[in-house]
Design a protein. Structure first.
Lengths: 180, 352
């Protein structure tokens, strides 16, 4: 388990900033103790200092996971967020999309959200910005990218893709074994 | 076996157990190598009857003769064993391995022989060191320790640059000497084994592997560059980084930062990322503008509806003007312009 180097850290923060903007500072400066990022086998974990200290007793050969896995680095050194990061991203999200109940299932099966399924969207969402997808009763369902800006959404035809799927809570079932 | 035993054997009538053996021709005995060579003729009849038994008895007789001969030499008792002093061997045993070839002469030995230079007489291992006032070996760890003790200070000669590190220079001279000696040693080995070695540079490798070929291609590509112009790469050439050709220095592992340091570093990175975003986001501004105009237009529409004028059949406008939702012909200056400046008034019909 290693400390992220500067390049990796900036990649992780870049990705997080897409979703939560300035609020990444809140993830680093928390009132309830020190939290930090650690990397192990290309997976990035968000761990509190207390848990980290206990985890350091585990030999690295037997080590699987600690804290919350927020994502992984791909072979081409890009950072991908995992659905497990939703707990930390959703409360701070700056842009949100609410999905109609009948489009909920489609999204949870890993499909994009179409204009027809769009219930609400936060104002001033830009194109290709990270958004957190909510159900109509405010349950965070996953992460996505805005396919259209808020203004464009209003004029888009019903089959236009409004939100590009990134991760959803259906992955807890679909890709249980790859998700640490 | 001792003398009593021998006497008792002689008393027995059994000829097979007698210590005296009669032979027509005396056998040749070399006690030093414990070798007996029996030149008597074989008893063919007895041999054909029972070969094993005959050879066994023959061997026993000859062994008895050898042991009898051994007892003729002066014996003494040495820690429970009776030991005889044997004469020097008569029989010369042929050697198993071929006679070793003389070592091929090294380059220097050859030169010395040609010029008639006498090789150095044996040097003593220790030399007297006047500075340290003690005996110091010529080489080895004690010698280098003594050198270190002696060279705590080096005088800089007047001709030298005073800012040159003399210790480093000395170490470099020594390492060069060592590598020169190693080179000469390898050259002597190559000469002794008749391996052809070029007088300059490295020997050509008979078969280059793909990486070596690629690095050669890369080097050639760099060296044939003319005034900053490079030849185009061939399609099948694998492009290598510098690290693949010249092994780069290994990066030292950074020490693990403390949590506080890490937090500060992370905050710095986060700040730099957040500050990187452009202050004026054109997209955002345009979207906001469109949004506010829409709101305004819808308000207008609402107010018109309340006046009861918009009851007629509505036609959706073909243009992209979001404010122009009613089926009216646009009039210059009548509607609000999206992108036109406020002070700039345009006249005439709107062209589409």
């Amino acid at each position: 388990m290693k400390v992220l180097n500067e390049e990796q850290t900036s990649k992780v923060f870049d990705k997080l900033a897409k979703y939560i903007g300035d609020n990444i500072k809140l993830l680093l400066d928390r009132p309830d103790g020190k939290y930090c990022f650690r990397i192990h086998k290309d997976r990035v974990f968000y761990v509190s200092e207390k848990v980290l200290r206990m985890a350091s007793n585990v030999p690295i050969k037997n080590f699987i996971s600690t804290g919350t896995c927020i994502g992984k680095f791909t072979h081409s050194k890009k950072f991908h967020l995992h659905i497990t990061a939703l707990n930390y991203v959703a409360p701070y999200a700056q842009n949100k999309i609410w999905v109609k109940p009948n489009a909920e299932q489609q999204f949870l099966y890993g499909h994009n959200v179409l204009k027809s399924g769009l219930g609400r969207i936060t104002e001033n969402t830009q194109k290709f910005q990270g958004v957190v997808v909510y159900s109509m009763n405010d349950l965070p369902l996953g992460l996505g990218l805005a396919g259209r800006s808020t203004a464009e959404c209003k004029h888009a035809d019903p089959l236009a893709i409004v939100c590009l799927h990134q991760t959803d809570i259906g992955e807890y079932v679909r890709s249980e074994d790859t998700l640490i | 076996m001792n003398a009593e035993n021998v006497i008792r054997f002689e008393e027995t009538r059994d000829p097979a157990k007698s210590t005296s053996v009669a032979k027509l021709v005396d056998v040749e005995i070399d006690p030093a190598t414990l070798l007996v060579s029996d030149t008597n003729e074989l008893d063919l009849k007895a041999y054909r009857n029972n070969a094993d038994k005959y050879l066994e008895s023959l061997a026993r007789d000859d062994a008895q003769l050898l042991i009898n001969a051994l007892w003729e030499y002066p014996t003494e008792r040495y820690e429970d064993c009776i030991v005889a002093k044997l004469p020097p061997p008569k029989y010369v045993i042929p050697r198993e391995k071929p006679v070793p070839q003389p070592k091929p002469l090294t380059r220097w030995e050859e030169f010395a022989k040609r010029k008639g230079i006498e090789p150095n007489k044996k040097k003593s291992n220790l030399t007297w060191d006047d500075v340290l006032k003690k005996w110091v070996p010529r080489f080895g760890y004690k010698k280098s320790a003594a050198e270190k003790e002696k060279d705590w200070l080096i005088e800089i000669p007047q001709s030298e640059d005073p800012y040159v590190d003399m210790f480093e220079k000395k170490a470099q001279v020594k390492s060069e000497k060592v590598s020169k000696n190693e080179f000469q040693r390898l050259r002597n080995i190559a000469k002794a084994k008749n391996v052809k070695v070029p007088s300059m540079g490295l020997p050509p490798t008979p078969k280059l592997n793909s990486r070596q070929l690629n690095s050669a291609a890369k080097i050639a590509h760099l060296s044939t560059a003319s005034l900053g112009k490079f030849q185009p790469h061939s399609s099948k050439e694998k492009l290598l980084s510098r690290g693949n050709i010249v092994p780069l220095e290994k990066k030292r592992k950074l020490p693990v930062p403390s949590l506080e340091e890490e937090r500060k570093r992370n905050l710095n990175i986060a700040n730099s990322i957040l500050n990187k975003k452009p202050k004026l986001d054109v997209d955002k501004v345009v979207n906001r503008q469109i949004h506010s105009e829409e709101v305004e237009a819808s308000e207008q529409k609402q107010s018109k509806k309340r006046k009861g004028r918009g009851g007629g059949k509505k036609r959706r406008s073909k243009g992209h003007h979001p404010a122009n939702k009613e089926g009216k012909k646009p009039k210059g200056g009548g509607g609000k312009r999206l992108f036109g400046g406020k002070g700039k008034q345009q006249s005439g019909r709107k062209r589409r």
